[in-house]
Design a protein around this ligand. Structure first.
Ligand SMILES: NC(=O)c1ccc[n+]([C@@H]2O[C@H](COP(=O)([O-])OP(=O)(O)OC[C@H]3O[C@@H](n4cnc5c(N)ncnc54)[C@H](OP(=O)(O)O)[C@@H]3O)[C@@H](O)[C@H]2O)c1
Length: 217
């Protein structure tokens, strides 16, 4: 599959691009928003599209046109305020969903956050972030797209173990970004994850087995 990674220059995004490239099955297209980010991907032999999810649906549609799948791993980050949470994490995600529907990019893997599906699990200090994730996920579920919503726990910059726990309502825990990236890439063509949403933390089960048996919500 030709897979457009939205948020390709991010910490998970870069690892997803690398894994897609190594997969022999997929071809990554890195969506980046700054000209100076293009060269490092082209140096790896990865094609890029220059676009921002702050732009119009039409601009995003133009950028993703011709792809078979989207991995959405963009985010405004913890250093910006609730305005960017609304504009990027919520509206940027929804515009990408609308753009995918417009140009017929059917497969969509969303990086959400653990507990985003349950208000009682939202951390009071970053409640607006969970609101954004929650409603972006709900709009994806209601779309025409073949979605998978991955809700990882706290992200770590550690080596991956290749072993995870997936489920509908997991206790809050952590996971290396490397393992989140592996789950995303493995999920792309694992039909058992189609129309599924699940929490994701480190665990004991090899990723491929966990995805084959996932029972999300
Ligand atoms: N931190 C956690 O513990 C945690 C837990 C669960 C889920 N998550 C979610 O996991 C995802 C990825 O996390 P991460 O650590 O890889 O994040 P990250 O390193 O901050 O990467 C986010 C990427 O989004 C890009 N981005 C921001 N605004 C954009 C725009 N307008 N248009 C296009 N791209 C834009 C950034 O681009 P630039 O490189 O140009 O800045 C960056 O490359 C996020 O959705 C986050 O909410 C995080």
């Amino acid at each position: 599959m030709k897979v457009c990674v939205v948020g390709a220059n991010g910490q998970i995004g870069k690892q997803v691009v690398q894994l897609l490239k190594e997969s022999g099955e997929h071809t990554p297209i890195a969506m980046v928003r700054k000209q100076e980010q293009v060269a490092s991907f082209e140096g790896l032999g990865v094609n890029t599209v220059l676009a921002s999810i702050a732009e119009s649906v039409e601009k995003i549609a133009e950028a993703i046109s011709g792809c078979d799948a989207i991995v959405f791993t963009a985010g405004s980050g913890g250093h910006t305020g609730p305005d960017q949470t609304l504009l990027i994490d919520l509206d940027g995600a929804v515009k990408t969903i609308e753009a995918a529907e417009q140009v017929g990019v059917k497969r969509f893997v969303m990086v959400s956050a653990l507990g985003a599906n349950k208000r009682e699990k939202w951390n009071e200090a970053i409640r607006p972030y969970y609101v954004a994730k929650h409603y972006a996920d709900r709009i994806l579920v209601e779309s025409d797209l073949t979605y998978t919503i991955v809700r990882p726990g706290g992200l770590l910059n550690e080596e991956g173990t290749g072993h995870v726990e997936l489920g509908e309502n997991l206790t809050r825990n952590t996971i290396p970004r490397a393992d989140v990236a592996k789950v995303i890439v493995a999920a792309l063509s694992e039909e058992n994850t189609y129309y599924q949403s699940f929490d994701l933390v480190s665990g004991e089960i090899p990723i491929v087995d966990a995805l084959k048996n996932v029972k999300g919500d």
